[in-house]
Design a protein around this ligand. Structure first.
Ligand code: GDP
Length: 333
């Protein structure tokens, strides 16, 4: 049966065992926050980066995806295309989250096997661990308890993608791996207040409050939940590292190993933006999971640690927001 190509590889700890040199590397989802960060990171690798706009190939369509992949024949795939969103978007549009993610991952993973992709990296998310997983969450916490109800549909789709990589490795010998990123922020994030995650949302709100000279700004929920936030360029660096050094069934957590409360995050963002008013809490909005902090021992043992402090990453993100989003009419802020 036609299937996954095996590239010659030596398993020797954390040395480069799968160099990207000279390979055709497809970043699926290259316009998103994660995909664009992977493209920036790949600029410093000696490989050919492939991208395709959504208007040309809709990855939810199996025939289109198969035809494009068969024609372009990538050697390596970073599968960063996904329907993602913050707590409210997940809570109110679950059908889109389960259908689109299942369609994209099924189409790309199956086609990757058919055309003999040498290596593929799939992305899960820390929010697919059980709602009350012991903290910090180790990789084996997956599927060990009930999910967070506000994003159960997204979680089930992403868990299916991780399981597909494992199954294709087992049955067909495909070198498909999965990484589990923590909450992310950075350039090209979604700054739409209705669908975004907490960091860009609070940045937009703090900016608007500062511009308006408002005495206060609104933070959803109680401010008590804790989240681990990682700068997306750090994530991209970790993913390229994993692509080179990791080749096994279990997924690998990618995080900073540190978390903050939403109230602390809100204050930090106000400091970065320069808004000095009051923080008010809207109890009508959901808190979601009480805490999400990843156990990053496996990643560290593979030779990678995150570098960008939260304050610096937020300052760079605010800079991006000011240059590319604020005033351009692309935010509902
Ligand atoms: P989650 O990590 O999947 O829960 O997704 P989010 O990043 O959307 O939300 C994280 C936490 O931040 C939740 O407790 C939210 O209630 C809280 N939060 C506070 N203010 C906001 C806001 O303006 N937007 C969002 N999305 N979350 C907020």
């Amino acid at each position: 049966m036609k299937g996954c190509a095996r590239k010659k590889r030596v398993r020797i700890g954390v040395t480069d065992v799968f160099p990207l040199n000279g390979l055709r590397v497809w970043v699926a989802g290259h316009t998103g926050m994660v995909g664009s960060a992977i493209c920036r990171r790949l600029d410093s690798e000696d490989c050919d980066v492939l991208t395709v706009p959504r208007r040309q190939v809709d990855l939810r369509r199996q025939a289109d995806t198969e035809a494009w992949m068969a024609a372009e024949r990538p050697d390596v795939v970073f599968l960063a295309a996904a329907r993602v969103g913050g707590i409210q978007a997940n809570d109110t549009r679950p059908a889109e989250f389960i259908y689109e993610n299942l369609a994209i991952e099924t189409n790309v993973i199956q086609a990757a096997k058919t055309i003999g992709v040498k290596k593929l990296l799939f992305l899960g998310s820390s929010c697919i661990y059980p709602r009350l997983a012991p903290q910090p969450m180790a990789e084996d916490a997956l599927l060990a308890g009930p999910l967070e109800p506000t994003n159960q549909s997204y979680a089930i789709a992403k868990i299916a993608g991780i399981e597909m990589c494992r199954a294709y490795r087992r049955q067909f010998g495909c070198d498909f791996i999965s990484a589990m990123p923590t909450n992310l922020y950075g350039a090209h994030d979604n700054f739409d207040l209705e669908s975004s995650h907490v960091a860009p949302a609070l940045m937009v709100k703090a900016h608007a409050a500062k511009q308006a000279g408002a005495p206060e700004m609104m933070v959803w929920g109680s401010g008590k939940p804790r989240r681990e936030l990682m700068f997306v360029d750090d994530l991209a660096d970790a993913l390229v590292h994993l692509m080179k050094v990791y080749s096994d069934e279990p997924h690998v957590n990618v995080g900073t190993g540190q978390d903050v409360s939403i109230a602390e995050l809100a204050q930090l963002i106000c400091d970065v933006v320069g808004f000095s008013g009051r923080l008010e809490y809207d109890a009508s909005k959901p808190d979601g999971a009480p805490r999400k902090l990843l156990d990053v021992h496996r990643l560290r043992s593979l030779g990678w640690t995150s570098k960008t402090p939260l304050h610096d990453g937020l300052a760079q993100t605010y800079d991006f927001y000011l240059r590319q989003v604020a005033g351009s009419g692309t935010t509902t802020g």
